[in-house]
Design a protein around this ligand. Structure first.
Ligand code: AMP
Length: 247
């Protein structure tokens, strides 16, 4: 009897391959700013699943029709569809040397799928999940204090970025308005929904030693430095060391 053939060797990271990067954090924690800096430094694509699904809906395809209602009601798209779309996207050639995922994973089944996907390609131990944190009170104040000009769209904040004259736009003197979902009760609801969604993912990636937790209250440059240092350390390494940084 002939012995079974040995399993095919797993593809491993090449010399200069960048690790996959996931951004986790509340809007306002600085994800957008850090994504822009990562793109500029490493020239890698920024994949936002929210943008991908808006495109799918706009295309009018069958999955687009099914997704439209879910998105309009603020619900989550089916895990199977999300994973299929993300899997197809990150296998395109422009993701061959790293990518930034924004808005994915959002659920534990998505996170588990993603780790399996990376594992099959020898990348699971290189993943860097950047978790930008902002204290509950700061976030609450940031959202509660947010005001905007209905005419020119400029954003102000009663706590951090006041207009010269209270309640009036500096540029066109229009009275400033508050978004409906920046009302205290809705803010509390949004924050707790966010926590419910994100904390299981934070724990999932922390347990695997792939979480880099950084305070979004730190100076923007300092946050970038810490992210770049972790990414630089992960370049071309097939089994990166555990990430632990905590704010
Ligand atoms: P966003 O722009 O990230 O807020 O995403 C907009 C909408 O797209 C969400 O409200 C969801 O309906 C859908 N979506 C984006 N990413 C995901 C995901 N990872 N899982 C499920 N639904 C998602």
């Amino acid at each position: 009897m002939t012995p079974p053939a040995p399993p095919a060797p797993r593809p491993t990271a090449t010399q200069d391959e960048l690790p996959p990067i996931v951004l986790l954090g509340m809007p306002g924690a600085g994800k957008g700013t850090q994504a822009k800096r990562l793109i500029a430094r490493y020239q890698i694509p920024h994949l936002s699943t929210g943008d991908m699904f808006r495109e799918i809906v706009a295309s009018g395809s069958d999955p687009g029709k099914r997704t439209r209602n879910t998105m309009q009601q603020g619900g989550l798209v089916d895990d199977d569809l999300v994973c299929a779309v993300v899997g197809e996207r990150i296998q395109r050639p422009d993701c061959g040397n790293g990518y930034i995922l924004d808005g994915f994973p959002r659920t534990l089944p998505q996170a588990e799928w993603f780790i399996r996907f990376l594992d099959e390609r020898g990348h699971a131990s290189r993943l860097i999940v950047i978790y930008l944190t902002v204290g509950y009170n700061d976030l609450y104040r940031r959202l509660l204090g947010r005001r905007s000009c209905p005419k020119c769209g400029r954003i102000y904040n009663d706590f951090t970025q006041r207009p010269r004259q209270a309640g009036v736009c500096d540029l066109d003197q229009s009275p400033l308005v508050q978004r409906k979902d920046d009302d205290p009760a809705v803010i509390r609801e949004r924050l707790s929904a966010y926590e419910q969604q994100t904390l299981p993912l934070v724990n999932f990636f922390r347990r695997r030693g792939r979480l880099l937790q950084i305070s979004g209250a730190e100076a923007v440059d300092r946050v970038s430095e810490r992210i770049f240092a972790a990414v630089d350390r992960g370049i071309g390494v097939s089994g990166a060391s555990r990430l632990e940084a905590i704010d």
